[in-house]
Design a protein around this ligand. Sequence first.
Ligand SMILES: Cc1cc2nc3c(=O)[nH]c(=O)nc-3n(C[C@H](O)[C@H](O)[C@H](O)COP(=O)(O)O)c2cc1C
Length: 365
Amino acid sequence: MNHLGTQTLETPRLILRKITLQDSESLYKYASNKNVTKYMTWSAHKDINETKGLVTKWTQQYEENTFYHWAIALKETNEVIGLIGIAILTDNTLRAELGYWIGEEFWGQGIMTEALNKIIQFLFEKVNLNVICANHAPENPASGKVMQKANMLYEGTIKKSCLLSNGTITDRVTYSITKEDYFNNNHYVSDNCIIKALKDRRSIRKFKSKMIPKEIIEKIIEAGLYAASGHGEQSSIIVAVTNKEKRDKLSKLNSKIGGWGETFDPFYGAPVVLIVLDKKDAHTKLYDGSLVIGNLMQASDSFGLGSCWIHRAKEEFETKEGKEFLKSLGINDEYEGAGHCIIGYIDGEKPKASPRKNDRVFFVE
Ligand SMILES: Cc1cc2nc3c(=O)[nH]c(=O)nc-3n(C[C@H](O)[C@H](O)[C@H](O)COP(=O)(O)O)c2cc1C
């Protein structure tokens, strides 16, 4: 490591420099905004003296060449609009953890990314660090976007490890970039939380009998109702079966259709069965219902619940018994089954995804 302390750095729009007492006013203006500190571990500054006290402390710390704490100043006006610096420096592994913020007025303009990229460059090229990381609260995905744009990779999420200034304990989402990736100019498009969730979902085939709270079932169903539909018809409907007797009857019916007799439970012990039906005359029936089931499975996974698509709904609701079941709910012959999404608490380990098959993608460029 080659410690250099807080050296002045320049980007197209910014000067990254040591903070001085003269910057206290502008720093206070932005640091006293509760929107800025909402997902921070420190509270909004209550008065200018608090800001001045901190600035005084930092100006003293600048005497140490191991102290890295930059004011983010606009080149045009020299106004300080935020801070960026190393919060934790682990000497033996040469790993630094960065912290940063800017005033609300400057969000969404790429300013933080500009500052972060410059700091990363300085810390790798001049200070010779091994790895640089940064954390954000999951409730503040915009901060994660800044990390992604600075070519940092998602490292992991440490559950309930961060106490926010408002007293809430939340997860700590960590991104990092290594020296090797920086110098080899390896550019990654990191998995964001949606892509990660899509890749993490798995079909579950062993469930605990414990019932899921209704509010969660309703949330999952709501996600299903937001699926795309041909012509925006929204013609798919969902029947949520939580009644054990009715669920068992459907299971028997489904098993019979599948050719397993009545001893096998094709719902694998799941206590909740969401039946998705499509209107027979809908332009894109089946496609619409399939998307609904996709959403239901994904939403279930987001709650840590297991789910699986169970087939044979079409045949099920063509039987006399199936039709009677629907009729008892006021659903007439206009509908046909698309599939079932079974949901429940996972009994055992969630399986890993099987490797994706090759040669399934064609680019026309
Ligand atoms: C149209 C469709 C029908 C399915 N039917 C059943 C079924 O009847 N029983 C079952 O156990 N799994 C069923 N599955 C789940 C698939 O077997 C599962 O998605 C596949 O093995 C891949 O596993 P994964 O979902 O964990 O990626 C079905 C999936 C789809 C998309």
